[in-house]
Design a protein around this ligand. Structure first.
Ligand SMILES: CC(C)(COP(=O)(O)OP(=O)(O)OC[C@H]1O[C@@H](n2cnc3c(N)ncnc32)[C@H](O)[C@@H]1OP(=O)(O)O)[C@@H](O)C(=O)NCCC(=O)NCCS
Length: 303
């Protein structure tokens, strides 16, 4: 479609647009399958901004961003930019991304990243095989490539024996939660947000010493799944003192059982850390993502 000489305007979208955004995303990236509820959770529940086109263009382009604060440093993160396939190459992607950057700058960000908005994100980065136009848009707007991240996949038929003396169970009661929360806080505090969201939706599973000693549950490891999107595994961790004993594999198999019960044929391990651990269970690299960053000139960063 030829470029419109009038720059498109974008305005904030409220969560009442979640359904329209889910439709737009499915038209734009068929098969990603994010539900309106999942988009609400990632884009509106996590404070930030969602911007998109309104009348007369209608909901044909949108995006979302947030900022994360690390001490005095404020970093902007763009979680999504999406344009209807029938309205591409008309400047809408540029308009949405530029407006999200401006919002991040106004929040005090000195740089902005594309995707990878841990702990609340849609993708770890830009999918190099499925999102070619987004790679082009990033380049056109001056983003520099940073890292390569990936997801692995394994069939939901995978089964692993539970090691002797280990009990696996969904984390539902306060005693199990208290014990597991202490383990997560001690070793992986950056995963607490995802742990909490999994707990709320019943998708946090724990490994405990079996039978529990009189003092209460003794946690060995945990796994969460479907935190931002059905079928995604992560985060997970085994107590460093108990690693190498089969706890992690048994936890992955519990997720596979949940997936099978939900009618999902594969488990997608999101934003993989230890490749060999998942490869030994039969997982292979599935999607590869590139992350990007753009630093703002220092005079534009601070408010
Ligand atoms: C990426 C996307 C948002 C771009 O939207 P768009 O409205 O077509 O982008 P624009 O028209 O503003 O393009 C701006 C510039 O980006 C580059 N660009 C965008 N798409 C391109 C393509 N298919 N090929 C080459 N360059 C491209 C060009 O430099 C373009 O400027 P130009 O048209 O003057 O040459 C759109 O293709 C899309 O919705 N893709 C699916 C969603 C997605 O993958 N999002 C990433 C996950 S966050």
């Amino acid at each position: 479609m030829p470029a419109d000489p009038t720059p498109p305007t974008v305005a904030p979208w409220g969560r009442d647009r979640a359904e329209a955004l889910a439709d737009l995303l499915e038209r734009s990236l068929p098969g990603e399958g994010f539900t309106a509820e999942e988009l609400e959770s990632v884009l509106w529940d996590d404070p930030g901004v969602v911007l998109g086109t309104t009348d007369p263009a209608g909901p044909v382009a949108a995006g979302g961003a947030t900022v994360r604060r690390f001490g005095d440093t404020v970093v902007g993160y763009v979680k999504l930019v999406v344009v209807d396939p029938d309205h591409r190459r008309a400047g809408l992607g540029r308009a949405v991304l530029s407006a999200l950057e401006a919002w991040c700058r106004a929040e005090g960000a000195t740089e902005v990243h594309l995707a990878g908005t841990a702990p609340v994100y849609l993708w770890p980065g830009i999918d190099v095989a499925a999102m070619t136009p987004a790679l082009c848009l990033a380049e056109a707007l001056g983003y520099e490539p940073r890292t390569c991240e990936f997801n692995m996949v394994l069939p939901s038929t995978v089964r692993v024996p539970t090691p002797p003396g280990v009990a696996l169970r969904r984390i539902l009661d306060d005693a199990d939660d208290d014990a597991m929360r202490a383990l997560v806080t001690r070793h992986w505090p950056w995963w607490l947000d995802e742990y909490d969201r999994a707990l709320e939706s019943g998708t946090a599973i724990g490994a405990f010493v079996d039978p529990p000693p009189g003092a209460g549950p003794e946690p060995l490891g945990f796994v969460c799944h479907s935190v931002s999107h059905l079928g995604l595994l992560g985060p997970m961790g085994t107590d460093p003192d108990r690693q190498g004993g089969g706890v992690g594999g048994a936890l992955v198999a519990e997720v596979a059982k949940d997936m099978m019960a939900a009618g999902v044929s594969e488990v997608e391990v999101c934003w993989v850390g230890p490749v060999a651990f998942y490869a030994k269970l039969g997982a292979t690299v599935h999607r590869v993502f590139r992350t990007y960053r753009k630093r703002f000139p220092s005079s534009e960063g601070a408010r």
